[in-house]
Ligand binder design. Structure first.
Ligand code: SAJ
Length: 408
């Protein structure tokens, strides 16, 4: 259920491992292109795997679910206003599979979710299918009946390395009862080479949120350090390189902010559930969210020296070498820059062909050569590999603001 950045790679991997896979998505375009062996998202080697999976007849897609042994839910779990978790896609997916679920089936939630969501799946299924034995409160590991098994197995793959990590990463599996945990573990052992670690569903949910909150807090430390270093006229990159030589120090990289659909979102699920107790995580979120504003202030400071400067903004995606623009701090910075300055803004993003709404009418998408040629100020917002090979000679007469150390 859900053929996005997680569902589609998972479906195609399972199909190439011999499972018969039926992919479901609410988007007709996604379904049609998949059935033709085509992929709408960029992820290394995914196109080859999808082609082979569809070509072998093991993977097909439609808008509605069919009966199955295992149902995997991999739909988005964003937040609504006030950083409240939005579980509507999970609920809709469960309602969609409810008519097809049979005794003995395994339902797995892979979407990153607030604590308690996997148990809620059981409640929703019970409501729509009172005939089913969900066995919610079953505590023994050797149930004599054949209930519906429900477990959480959070996805942990890194965009850009999804297909490798789907197989090699250790997985955490937590069922709503011990039987569900065991069933889910047996399933993952059929295609995962990493360890499959077991727990209960609430701990599994919290583990995933914790992993991303840990990274968010550590990036916030780096971002705070970068602002302190600017004030003190110290190169934060040299500082981090040196400090990281200590055997127990490993500072992450400062940048333009934290984006994507995971790290900028998931800590809020913890903060929302324990607002009084999540002071550090909340603070990290604010530091990372405010970094694009700081980036823009630094650009405006330099732009003030010109009448109507041309500013090149290199990179728009949420992180290097991906096409994903979701929650991108670079977009926030460009948007803010457009609204606060009279400059002409040239954007270079090699992974897209069109600027997103919000900056489409205010900035111009162009290629790297043209941007470097025309601009007075060059800003690097995302450390794409392509930018690392920029000829320094081309930057000689320009003001350069490299927020991600792409130019070294
Ligand atoms: N970033 C920095 N500095 C760093 C590292 C990252 O500013 O040192 C920024 C990136 O530019 C980006 C954001 O943080 O804007 C997040 O990027 P990321 O590469 O850290 O993580 P994601 O969001 O692509 O994937 C994360 C991963 N989680 C962890 O590493 C703990 C991945 O394993 C998860 O599966 C994924 O979230 C998810 O789906 O939850």
């Amino acid at each position: 259920m859900g053929l996005g950045y997680i569902g589609l790679p998972t479906a195609s991997l399972l199909a190439t491992k011999g499972f018969q896979v039926h992919g479901v998505d609410v988007n007709q375009k996604v379904v049609s292109s998949l059935n033709q062996g085509q992929v709408l998202i960029q992820e290394p080697t995914l196109d080859v795997m999808v082609k082979s999976a569809v070509g072998s007849g093991k993977l097909k897609a439609s808008l509605t679910p069919e009966p199955a042994d295992v149902f995997i839910i991999a739909v988005p779990t964003p937040f609504k206003d006030g950083y409240t978790p939005d579980l509507s896609y999970v609920r809709q997916a469960v309602e969609a599979i409810a008519p097809e679920v049979k005794q003995g089936n395994l339902v797995i939630l892979e979407s990153t979710s607030p604590v308690g969501t996997t148990e809620e799946i059981g409640t929703i299924l019970e409501k729509h299918r009172p005939d089913l034995d969900i066995c919610h409160r079953c505590v023994s590991a050797d149930c004599e009946h054949n209930p519906v098994y429900i477990a959480h197995c959070p996805e942990r793959v890194l965009p850009g390395q999804i297909l490798k990590e789907l197989v090699e990463n250790d997985r955490i599996v937590g069922g709503i009862n011990p039987d569900s945990t065991q069933k889910a573990k047996d399933f993952y052992l059929r295609f995962v080479s990493g360890q499959v670690l077991t727990t209960d569903s609430r701990t599994a949910e919290m583990a995933k949120l914790t992993e991303n909150a840990f990274r968010d807090v550590n990036i916030a430390f780096a971002n705070e350090l970068s602002i302190i270093c600017e004030k003190m006229d110290i190169s934060v990159w040299d500082l981090i390189r040196l400090a990281n030589h200590h055997p127990r120090v490993n500072i992450l990289s400062p940048g333009c902010g934290v984006g994507g659909h995971c790290i900028a979102v998931d800590p809020w699920f913890i903060i929302h559930s324990q607002p009084e107790l999540s002071r550090l995580m909340r603070s990290a979120r604010h530091i990372n969210d405010s970094k694009p504003v700081h980036v823009v202030e630094r650009i405006l400071d330099k732009a003030g020296r010109f009448k109507k400067p041309i500013i090149a903004c290199l990179g728009l995606s949420y992180k290097p070498d991906v096409d994903d623009l979701r929650e991108s701090p670079a977009i926030k910075a460009v948007q803010d820059l457009c609204s606060r300055s009279n400059s002409r803004i040239l954007v270079v993003e090699p992974h897209i062909t069109d600027l997103p709404a919000g900056i489409k009418d205010k900035a111009q998408l162009t290629d790297l050569e043209n941007a470097l040629d025309k601009s007075d100020i060059v800003t690097v917002l995302v450390a794409h590999k392509k930018f690392k090979s920029i000829n320094r000679y081309q930057l000689k007469e320009k003001i350069v603001l490299d927020f991600v150390n792409a130019l070294g």
